[in-house]
Design a protein around this ligand. Structure first.
Ligand code: UDP
Length: 382
């Protein structure tokens, strides 16, 4: 056993990172083999997209806050890199964990994978000077390089030592890219660890009565992918279809900050009764809203997985998904973001809703599996 615990820096920066990092921090902190520190890059920094998650998910306060804020992809990625290098200098971690596919993921992975520590440590029987790079939620591929996240995923996987995957397709993608199978571990889904742990608490939320909603009698909508909201023609078609749906069932729309100004220009009367536009809500309120919705309509990555576990039909307004298990086994349907396709899918959901099962290892124990693999890889269990 090593003299001192293995120091691990866990990186979180944006809304979808927080539910992924929460169970990892919890399990790492419960182990005497690891000393985990949390770095918040500040890619998302406002209360609605960041602070509320720390409260709802009881994530410890970040040990380090890089406060990068918003900027273009290049500026933001570069700024995270500049601010993360001194953190490595100060902390000297033996491992860095990144999750998901945001700019913080690739920026910190790139810095850590080239960083030389002051003291070597033992890794697979040799001395090593670079922190071990760990990517959680590796191998997902939309095969759509117009999606900034796809670039982040591919590059992060290419420079990570250990790749933890959520579904069999991700394992297959890495194999097809020639990645050595010894680096890849199919462990399940840390985001689902969080969902299952928070479900009971979430059901206590009073968000339905606050918004005047009835269980099973509303659609829940999120939209933020550039391919849907940056092109006014595409956005206009989506919003017209949704406005028709709203005539049958109210549409609750927690509007992402990047979407709000765009959606207001789409020519739909969003102040009408049938629309409920609200600010993004906290994790527990959102989980309650998803659990009780008639249907989820989204272009999010993680929400496709969450609705699959909840058994709620999900219309994903995208041409592709990096999470195919949610379509093959879960309740997700890929729907072209056009007026006709959305209305057709709406009919299908009302007559023959997708039914699914929970994918393998999405059982609340993914973070435990990851930490067991890490203990084994670092030789602390020998
Ligand atoms: N989410 C939330 N409040 C909202 C909208 C989403 O708590 O108003 C949660 C959602 O349950 C999921 C995460 O935010 O856990 C997904 O984030 P997002 O859709 O921004 O990112 P993506 O998954 O597309 O990368």
């Amino acid at each position: 056993m090593p003299k001192s615990p293995i120091k691990v820096l866990c990186i979180a920066g944006a809304r979808p990172n927080f539910p992924k990092i929460a169970p990892l921090m919890r399990v790492l902190n419960a182990s005497s083999y690891f000393d985990a520190r949390l770095v918040h890059t500040g890619q998302h920094y406002d209360d609605a997209l960041s602070r509320v998650f720390f409260e709802d998910l009881q994530i410890p306060k970040p040990d380090l806050d890089l406060e990068v804020g918003s900027a273009s992809h290049a500026v933001q990625t570069a700024e995270i890199m500049k601010r993360f290098e001194p953190v490595l200098q100060k902390e000297q971690p033996q491992a860095v964990i990144v999750v998901g596919d945001v700019n913080s993921t690739i920026a910190c992975a790139l810095v850590a994978s080239k960083y030389q520590l002051e003291e070597p440590f033992a890794w697979h029987g040799k001395e090593r000077l670079r922190p071990v790079m760990i990517h959680v939620e590796a191998g997902l591929r939309s095969f759509d390089e117009d999606m900034p996240e796809e670039i982040n995923r591919r590059l992060t996987d290419a420079i990570s030592d250990l790749l933890f995957v959520t579904e069999a397709d991700a394992q297959e993608n890495l194999k097809n890219e020639g990645v050595d199978g010894e680096r890849v571990h199919f462990v399940g889904n840390v985001m689902i660890d969080t969902l299952l742990a928070a479900r009971k608490e979430a059901m206590k939320s009073n968000i339905l009565s606050v918004l005047g909603l009835e269980k099973g009698k509303y659609a829940l909508l999120t939209l933020h992918r550039p391919s849907n909201v940056d092109n006014l023609q595409v956005l206009g078609g989506i919003m017209e279809a949704l406005d028709e749906i709203a005539r049958e069932t109210p549409v609750v729309f927690p509007v992402h900050p990047r979407t709000r100004p765009l959606v207001q220009g789409a020519g739909i009367d969003l102040s009408s009764e049938r629309w409920k536009l609200i600010e993004p809500v906290g994790y527990l309120d959102f989980l309650k809203l998803m659990s009780c919705a008639h249907i989820m309509i989204t272009d999010s990555g993680g929400i496709q997985e969450e609705t699959t576990v909840l058994g709620v039909p999900c219309m994903t307004l995208r041409e592709n998904t990096e999470r195919p298990v949610t379509v093959k086994e879960g309740t997700n349907m890929l729907v072209k973001p056009s007026q006709g396709a959305i209305l057709q899918a709406w009919q299908r959901i009302n007559t023959d809703p997708p039914r699914g099962k929970v994918p393998k290892y999405w059982d609340g124990l993914a973070a435990d599996r990851i930490v067991s693999v890490l203990a084994n890889e670092f030789g602390v269990l020998n």
